[in-house]
Design a protein around this ligand. Sequence first.
Ligand SMILES: *[C@@H]1O[C@H](CO)[C@@H](O)[C@H](O)[C@H]1NC(C)=O
Ligand SMILES: *[C@@H]1O[C@H](CO)[C@@H](O)[C@H](O)[C@H]1NC(C)=O
Ligand SMILES: *[C@@H]1O[C@H](CO)[C@@H](O)[C@H](O)[C@H]1NC(C)=O
Length: 388
Amino acid sequence: MKRSVRPLFSILLLIVFAATLTCRVAIRFGFSQIELENKVLLRAPAPSVFNSTLLKMAAIDMGEAHSKQEIEQLLEGNFASRGRYRTFSSWRKFNKHDIRASSSRGIPLMLRSTEFYRQWLEFRRVLHDWARNKRYQAEIMMELVRQVKLPIDRHNGLVGSDSKYASCAVVGNSGILLEKEYGSLIDSHEVVIRLNNARTEKFGRNVGAKTNISFVNSNILHLCARREGCFCHPYGVNVPIVMYICQPVHLLDYTVCNSSHKAPLLITDARIDVLCSRIVKYYSLKRFVEEEGKPLEKWGSAHDGSMFHYSSGMQAVMLALGVCEKVSIYGFGKLASTKHHYHTNQKAELRLHDYEAEYAFYHDLVNNPQAIPFISDKFKIPPVVIYQ
Ligand SMILES: *[C@@H]1O[C@H](CO)[C@@H](O)[C@H](O)[C@H]1NC(C)=O
Ligand SMILES: *[C@@H]1O[C@H](CO)[C@@H](O)[C@H](O)[C@H]1NC(C)=O
Ligand SMILES: *[C@@H]1O[C@H](CO)[C@@H](O)[C@H](O)[C@H]1NC(C)=O
């Protein structure tokens, strides 16, 4: 049932995942100076398909200067903003460490708890390691088997090998899933990847029942971290979670929750995050000038520059490209007649994602993979099928 997605897209409305479940990058400021990386990857043998102006613009991370500052402040124990401080102090409260410390007094008092101090050091180590990888590397797709599949195989009692999964289904959360009964087709894949803890009970015929990887953004774990034992397992405690970090302070939730999770809780390499950002921004810029006929300089204000973010679904697809021989995509897209999510009554909102740009990317995955920038051409993109 492979279909060309483009005609459908013209009638697509924006899809959005639940506001609370969407990775909001908690920043909004002016554009700071950013060094342009001169080295922009061109995929041989057809480099001419890329417009270098678009590539250069796509490589600029408007939130970079702020993000660097935030990471430095966190490493120094400076919570700078009230929001971040609240995250931290509520974490303390929920984890019952030294509740006596008044939230207005700041870190030194908090550090009186030795357990807290241990966690704090661990958090700094994890944050430091994560932040060090926040850069562009075209070859990072080739690392995914080692970074994600191997630990999961080990957890499942398998001896690690370099092989990929034979076939994977990435199941998005769009209401279009209710239009079809893809459940058993989805479950027939070797590996099923689901997004942001969307539930499957009562929807088996439409979405299937099996889950091998639960892919979430860190806002989800941040909410789970308030529960007993960081419970975050609608698919069962043995299902590995792969998570990307929306806000560096969420690494604290990771630090706290990692030890209590039976199955692997893996953080995406920040180099994959950077790669995803660039690709989606490239498609967004391209559509902006080529299809909407607008001037490139206006993109930042139209798309909320420093807040702009790819969706969880897009990154889950990238993960699947790295660890699977074949990728099938379900539940991505939107029809005027369908619900926004299959499992909620939420209305569409949010402008920080450009779903149309992401659809254009998926369309190229299926029909024209050599038109996709930034991925090393040493990496072979597997065949992709989109089920609508
Ligand atoms: C690249 O895109 C920009 C913005 O749309 C356009 O002004 C420029 O002419 C394009 N360059 C080439 C070589 O096509
Ligand atoms: C995927 O999940 C199913 C159901 O839990 C399980 O039987 C199967 O072994 C898993 N496959 C892999 C490759 O982990
Ligand atoms: C998370 O926990 C696992 C299992 O306990 C451990 O092997 C891993 O090193 C931990 N991750 C980090 C970054 O500490």
